[in-house]
Design a protein. Structure first.
Length: 406
């Protein structure tokens, strides 16, 4: 037990220090800081130096996973709290839904066809299609934040599509799981219960804002204890994450919604509180989240998957890229701006791994497919910041030239 605790402290030290060091290096190279944080995780993860420094159980146990999950929750809380203008998001909700149609359909159909072509069952191919159709909010959002482009029209569209995609994918995953559990029968009743849980969470969030947040704020004004507002804010974030997870949603949806709600209350949106949240989140949990995400990357999976891995990787990048491009054109974006949208929808991360892990545990897919999708996740995480920056720079240079001609 003592050596395990020592490993945790050493791993956290190395992950955090080098996440910041390599993040700074990436910023000086005019690249997003998250690349450095991911690289720190790869270097000290179980496939490189971590293999010699730590016990294997460190990376497979619940302790490290808990740090990752809490880091993810706080990252999405910060996005909801400081980066989302709810009134602007309402304006683009219609466009986000329309633009997401070709992106989701193309990627899901291509994933399904790949599964069937490689001899997997219909149900397994549905899981594969779902894995390819997902979009990771975190990587693109962090890249856009690092580049100062999250509040642009294309940045908000990427985020809007990713949020809609996350809700759609979690709902679909919940339905697919009903088909693979022999002790659970699919019925109209079970489907209605599942949909009811989604509505219950969001109705509960609205009621919390309308009925409880005001009285909580008034009560906190009377508190004498240090950091009362900050402590209660963190408790609200954790409760929303818990509630979302308990209802069958992902906890990041809960923390994201909590961030949006808390930002609507002026008492919780002061400069002092914002500084504390940034220090708490970006000083510890968020870089640790991306470092642990990097530690999960196993480039050996590329070799294990062989041809299938290459097909999955190129298909995953291509369909999201082209689907996002078509979506941008659908809502009236220029061709160059639409390529920015396409590049921002390329990455996949945690939820995809959950999808394929469920399919693997159920015996629907084999290790070859699992390794191929893990490799796809790794590659898309790393190429997205470069792709996104390249197409943003290209779009802005063209826009600047067009302005000069005027």
């Amino acid at each position: 037990m003592d050596s395990f605790i020592e490993d945790i402290f050493l791993a956290l030290t190395l992950f955090l220090f080098f996440a910041k060091l390599l993040g700074e290096l990436m910023l000086r190279l005019k690249q997003p800081a998250l690349l450095g944080e991911l690289l720190a995780g790869i270097i000290f993860g179980p496939y490189l130096l971590g293999k010699f420094l730590f016990e294997p159980s460190l990376f497979t146990g619940n302790t490290f996973t808990s740090f990752y999950e809490i880091g993810a929750a706080f990252f999405f809380f910060v996005i909801g709290y400081s980066e989302i203008d709810i009134f602007q998001l309402k304006k683009i909700a219609h466009n986000s839904i329309i633009a997401s149609i070709p992106n989701v359909l193309l990627s899901f159909i291509v994933g399904f066809i790949i599964g069937v072509s490689w001899g997997y069952s219909i149900l397994a191919s549905l899981f594969i299609g779902l894995a390819l159709s997902l979009t990771a909010i975190g990587v693109s959002a962090r890249t856009l934040m690092d580049l100062g482009k999250l509040h642009t029209d294309y940045g908000m569209l990427i985020l809007g599509e990713a949020i809609i995609d996350a809700l759609r994918s979690l709902l679909m995953l919940s339905f697919l799981i009903l088909f693979i559990h022999p002790d659970t029968s699919f019925s109209i009743g079970s489907a209605l219960i599942l949909i009811g849980k989604f509505f219950a969470f969001f109705v509960g969030a609205v009621l919390f804002y309308l009925l409880l947040l005001g009285p909580i704020t008034q009560l906190l004004r009377r508190f004498l204890i240090d950091e009362a507002k900050f402590g209660v804010m963190m408790a609200i974030v954790l409760f929303f994450s818990y509630a979302a997870q308990k209802l069958g949603l992902h906890m990041i949806i809960g923390s994201f919604v909590a961030g949006i709600i808390l930002a609507l209350e002026a008492e919780f949106k002061t400069k002092d509180i914002e500084y504390k949240i940034y220090g708490f989140s970006y000083g510890f949990f968020i870089p640790l989240f991306f470092a642990i995400l990097g530690a999960r990357v196993n480039f050996g999976a590329l070799i294990e998957g062989g041809l299938l891995a290459m097909v999955i990787i190129f298909a995953a990048i291509g369909v999201k890229f082209f689907g996002g491009y078509l979506g941008g054109l659908l809502i009236g974006f220029s061709s160059r701006k639409s390529w920015v949208v396409g590049s921002g929808l390329v990455p996949r991360t945690g939820v995809e791994l959950v999808v394929v892990a469920v399919a693997l545990d159920a015996g629907l897919i084999d290790n070859k497919m699992f390794a191929s999708i893990v490799a796809m996740v790794a590659v898309t995480v790393f190429v997205t910041p470069f792709l996104l920056k390249f197409y943003i720079d290209r779009f802005e240079k063209f826009s600047a030239k067009a302005e000069k001609k005027k």
